[in-house]
Design a protein. Sequence first.
Length: 136
Amino acid sequence: MLEKKKRLIAMKKSLNNKGSILHIVLIVFLVVLVIISISTSLLILKVRSYHDIDLLMKQKDLEVMLVRYYLDTIDNDMLMSDSIESEDYNVRYYVDDMGSYIMITTYIEIKDSRYQFQLNVNSENHDVEKIEYMEG
């Protein structure tokens, strides 16, 4: 009887050791899974932010070129309402002569982004007086 108790205690200890090892393996697996999930999420966010920065730089460059085009055309010719279409963007602009200034309203569509800005140019010296951004 005493021998059976000793065997039973030895088996319980053996099972407890196997359970402990299983817990440790499970915890290590969960920690590795969390680290991989967080790393993947950070990588995806980084790629999205680079994409957003690239889109923002394209918008900025386009706006600078458009304002330069407007001012050059006003200086050398007569600026009329028109539209410009490209693979990457669509631009529509409307010109209104308000007497002391020229108001140019520009609608820009780049990929999934759509916005507009209004530019006021002094009629006499052709300086930009105001730029105002508006949604959609």
